[in-house]
Design a protein around this ligand. Sequence first.
Ligand SMILES: CC(C)=CCC/C(C)=C/CC/C(C)=C/CC/C(C)=C/CC/C(C)=C/CC/C(C)=C/CC/C(C)=C/COP(=O)(O)OP(=O)(O)O
Ligand SMILES: O=P(O)(O)OC[C@@H](O)CO
Ligand SMILES: [Mg+2]
Length: 231
Amino acid sequence: MNGTWHSHWRHAFKLDPDKSIGDEALEAICMSGTDGIIVGGSSGVTYENTIDLMARIRRYEVDCALEVSTLEGAVPGFDGYFVPLVLNTERSEWIVGRQLQGLMEYGTFVPWEETAAQGYIILNGDATAAKLTGANADLTESELVAHIQLADRLLRLPAVYIEYSGTFGNMDMLRAASRHVRDAQLFYGGGIDSAEKAAQAAEFAHVIVVGNVIYTDLNAALSTVRAVKAR
Ligand SMILES: CC(C)=CCC/C(C)=C/CC/C(C)=C/CC/C(C)=C/CC/C(C)=C/CC/C(C)=C/CC/C(C)=C/COP(=O)(O)OP(=O)(O)O
Ligand SMILES: O=P(O)(O)OC[C@@H](O)CO
Ligand SMILES: [Mg+2]
């Protein structure tokens, strides 16, 4: 794996600027022992709600990265930036189109040392991100392996993200992905709502990302950190 600011991560929470979280819950998340907080969402992300959330997370020492999903939500001041490229869509707008627009607008301000592309492979067709980007979520295992080779070997992306947002994914698919990743950091996110599921996904992914459960069952969310750190 490449040596970058996120290369030591094993666990991350994803906070959605479009959702509200109280101060106590935010403190518990930031002080949980997680390796990083990712700020990101696939809809309703604006400059205002992103900068608001960043300022609140900034009270804590934890690494805080922005996953840039809209042009208007590109806010300076984060510790790091992830830029998603969706690999399993035929709509070039989501592979390079919006990213080029972003670079035309903010290229001079990008902190390159702290910015990493993420090759997204979206495998839950019901996820907002899948619908938005027209992702082909019904990949066979060999198609998935080809996508991993594309991201890791051909494009040499620093990170590959197996995304099942909203549902716990097929661990056989994640295992297959993990067997074919060589240099990229493998992220997994989707439906982790217990220590058991966190441990299962962490068996194959370098980094597990926990999102929605933060807003429905905070204690279950916190248990996922312990599950990964105890390994
Ligand atoms: C000014 C400054 C300092 C800038 C630094 C920022 C920076 C590095 C800018 C670079 C410029 C640039 C390249 C900008 C373009 C960014 C852009 C618009 C890219 C497109 C990203 C993309 C493919 C978005 C599609 C949706 C997607 C894959 C989002 C990822 C996050 C995700 C899936 C979240 C889950 O969303 P959620 O809402 O929780 O979903 P559920 O409903 O399923 O729960
Ligand atoms: O919200 P969940 O389903 O936990 O997924 C986390 C993350 O992968 C979303 O981009
Ligand atoms: Mg979500």
